[in-house]
Design a protein around this ligand. Structure first.
Ligand SMILES: Nc1ncnc2c1ncn2[C@@H]1O[C@H](COP(=O)(O)OP(=O)(O)O)[C@@H](O)[C@H]1O
Ligand SMILES: [Mg+2]
Length: 230
């Protein structure tokens, strides 16, 4: 029997639009695997839907492989089944970072964990790999406590400072919404890690502040126009 492994995650952007994929545990040539199957979305025109699912299947696989090439831990991609918009991935034995950060362990330990995440994100960004959905539900810590990134479905290759800044901001927002009480300490440690491996960390972090301010400004504008319209 296949076992569903999909966990509800209110923080994931894909969830907001209704889950994009189903995740199924399976055995493939003796390996424990996770099948990530992108399912049709009724609200999309069927042909566009099929093309989108195919291109995301290819792009996610490519990014997972690229990240591994530069020494960032990701699952092995065993098979890419494009017609069935399915990726067969190595099952990572470990835990979601989201879960670990909610455990009753010393804050110092949690800070060390996110510092390491910052270093790994710095490596990704140094190689122009944008994760696209940096949340603690898309990062695992495996049995050897190695940081492993999953879910590159919204990722891309880009050298734009803005894209890297958006990635950083997503991480910050996740800390604030999901790990509220310790979010300041976490983001601090994350940034320190990012500085270690990312050459132009400063310009990315500066841009992140700007992008955040822009977002706040837009929100205020929306509130004002709502007020005027009411
Ligand atoms: N390779 C994997 N090994 C172990 N668990 C996985 C793996 N890939 C996904 N998962 C589990 O499934 C969940 C959803 O997978 P994810 O790729 O993030 O899909 P979605 O795009 O729907 O968020 C993850 O949060 C994780 O718990
Ligand atoms: Mg996810």
């Amino acid at each position: 029997m296949h076992k569903e492994t999909k966990t509800k995650d209110s923080n994931s952007r894909a969830e907001e639009w209704g889950a994009e994929a189903i995740l199924v545990k399976d055995n493939w040539l003796g390996f424990n695997v996770i099948k990530k199957i992108r399912i049709p979305k009724k609200y999309r025109i069927p042909q566009i839907d099929q093309e989108l699912r195919k291109s995301r299947t290819i792009s996610e696989s490519r990014l997972i492989i690229e990240a591994k090439k530069i020494g960032v831990r990701t699952p092995y991609v065993y098979e890419i089944d494009i017609p069935n918009t399915t990726i067969i991935l190595e099952e990572i034995e470990g835990e979601l970072v989201k879960k670990i950060l909610k455990q009753q362990i010393a804050i110092k330990e949690k800070q060390e964990l996110v510092n390491e995440i910052g270093q790994q994100v710095g490596k990704l960004h140094s190689n122009d790999i944008i994760h696209g959905d940096l949340t603690t539900s898309n990062i695992m810590s495996d049995t050897e406590k190695k940081i492993t990134f999953i879910d590159f479905g919204l990722g891309k290759i880009s050298n734009a400072v803005e894209d890297k800044a958006v990635d950083i901001l997503l991480m910050k927002k996740c800390f604030i919404s999901t790990h509220t009480v310790i979010s300041k300490e976490l983001f601090e440690s994350f940034q320190m890690g990012y500085y270690i491996t990312m050459k132009n960390a400063k310009s990315v972090l500066r841009r992140a502040v700007k992008v955040e301010a822009r977002g706040r400004h837009l929100k205020e504008e929306a509130l004002i126009s709502e007020y005027l319209l009411s």
